[in-house]
Design a protein around this ligand. Structure first.
Ligand code: GLN
Length: 486
């Protein structure tokens, strides 16, 4: 069963070849057998999953209508609220926090009869690129257990890559779906800003945050988007658009499609990632696409811009964690000020504190114009540069990451970690959609991914381009350690 896609699992259930109970029990068993090495999950929702499976089996037996995602097990990043379940966001601050309501994506998944199987590990409050900033434990990369899965949605990516769950949700503020998808050899989509509701996603940087799906292949990601990409009244940035069909008319060639390559921005690419870009370009050419050069040199400022804006927004979003309303309160506090100070001191990890301080600094009187306002202006220039580039091409191609998965503990310096995001953060700054698709392996068998970027609201087109590429390269994508029954 671990080799099946989400779509196949769904069809086998509908056609009474597999019961929902068999499906749920199979994946729960696989999680139990592997998670001591992998550590993809913070909480496994065993009881909830089995209860839902029993309801689905009953519905099917009684010929009652079933949702379009019926019986598909899905893992959820821990910063997405499921009513009544612990939602820690990877933080000690929220280690006992039970979500009082469902995120909109959870409501939509439940309505379409998904099986919510567990909450996945992440960098604390989604701040990081390796899942090592989780307050609980790091997650391993299924291709090499001594390596990181990427981050911040590393638990979701590792769960899907190791086939302990067919699909998962993550959140992407600066690359947190695409980068771990790339390092784990799976597909990850960051939708257009506003395409998927953020209601019930614990905010990191609200103008950049977007929920996105992980899958083994494009079709499963498209399938998940058909469920979660809907307008939501409870998120003021949710786009008022009808749902789209993501799964239809997926093409096998790209005749007449123009692909932009930001050649001079990518001039420092090295080694196997550079080679992989070249071979991916050849695949696209063989599909009939035309390659053109575009100028996106402005993206060299994207890391600086992102880490000013994201930390500024984070510093205000995280002000709500005060020891009064959410999560844990310091036991040492004697005065009200101490409740705030000590609860935050004890509850937040080092990276979160660093970002709150950075964000507070760039917003402070006397520095706001020099940092925050200037970064907003550069953000506009980045948006304009993408618009100009897209006037010449249908989509842009570049690697998702600068290297394959690195070793746990290898990157200690925060700036080096921030630089991991050089190919992903500009997408969030511009609000455009982008997808990471597996594109090959390094010599030591670690996955590499290519990123396809499209104009705002071209999410469906992005799926088409990525599908043609996926079908042309046909990679065998199960990590050897997990290509077996447990
Ligand atoms: N790595 C980036 C950061 O630490 C992106 C994180 C994300 O997308 N949530 O901010």
């Amino acid at each position: 069963m671990y080799k099946l896609s989400a779509l196949e699992i769904h069809h086998l259930f509908i056609n009474k070849k597999l019961s929902a109970k068999e499906i749920a029990a199979y994946f729960l068993k696989r999680i139990k057998a592997t998670d001591k090495d992998l550590k993809a999950f913070l909480h496994v929702l065993e009881e909830k999953a089995l209860k839902k499976a029993a309801i689905l089996d009953k519905k099917l037996a009684e010929n009652k209508p079933l949702g379009k995602f019926a019986s598909v097990p899905i893992a959820i990043k821990d910063n997405i609220n499921i009513k009544g379940e612990i939602s820690t966001c990877g933080s000690k601050f929220l280690s006992n926090f039970k979500a009082p309501f469902d995120a909109t994506v959870i409501r939509l998944l439940e309505e379409e009869d998904a099986i919510l199987i567990g909450k996945t590990n992440q960098d604390e409050f989604a701040m990081g690129s390796s899942t090592e900033n989780s307050a609980f434990f790091p997650t391993s990369n299924p291709w090499a257990l001594d390596c990181v899965p990427g981050g911040s949605s590393g638990g979701s990516a590792a769960a899907v890559a190791s086939r302990i769950c067919p699909v998962a949700l993550g959140s992407d503020t600066g690359g947190s779906v695409r980068q771990p998808a790339s390092l784990c050899g799976i597909v990850g989509l960051k939708p257009t800003y506003g395409r998927v509701s953020r209601y019930g996603l614990v905010a990191y940087a609200s103008s950049l945050d977007q929920i996105g799906p992980f899958g083994h292949n494009i079709k499963d990601v498209a399938f998940t988007m058909e469920v979660i990409a809907k307008h939501c009244e409870k998120d003021s940035t949710s786009l008022k658009l009808p749902p789209e069909t993501f799964l239809d008319n997926l093409p096998h060639n790209l005749k007449g499609v123009q692909i932009g390559i930001p050649t001079s921005f990518l001039k420092d690419l090295k080694g196997e990632v550079a080679k992989n870009l070249q071979s991916s370009i050849e695949v696209f050419k063989s599909l009939g696409a035309e390659i053109i050069e575009i100028n996106l040199d402005i993206l060299k400022y994207s890391i600086a811009t992102y880490y000013i804006l994201a930390t500024a927004e984070a510093s205000t979003n995280l002000a709500r964690f005060d020891g009064i309303r959410y999560g844990t309160r310091s036991k040492k506090a004697k005065t009200l000020d101490e409740v705030f100070d000590l609860s935050r001191d004890e509850g937040f990890g080092a990276e979160v504190k660093r970002r709150i301080m950075l964000g507070t600094f760039v917003l402070s009187a006397g520095f706001q114009d020099a940092y925050y306002k200037k970064a907003q202006k550069v953000r506009t220039l980045i948006i304009n540069s993408f618009e100009k580039a897209f006037s010449k091409c249908d989509f842009i191609l570049m690697p998702s990451t600068t290297t394959a998965a690195f070793k746990k503990g290898e990157i200690q310096d925060p700036i080096t970690m921030y630089l991991q995001d050089i190919f992903t953060v500009s997408v969030n700054l511009a609000g455009i959609p982008a997808i990471s698709v597996p594109s090959g392996f390094t010599q030591d068998k670690k996955p590499l991914g290519m990123q396809l970027l499209a104009p705002v609201l071209h999410d469906v087109n992005l799926m088409k381009y990525a599908y043609a590429f996926e079908q042309a390269i046909k990679l065998d994508k199960i990590p050897p350690l997990f290509d077996k029954e447990f």
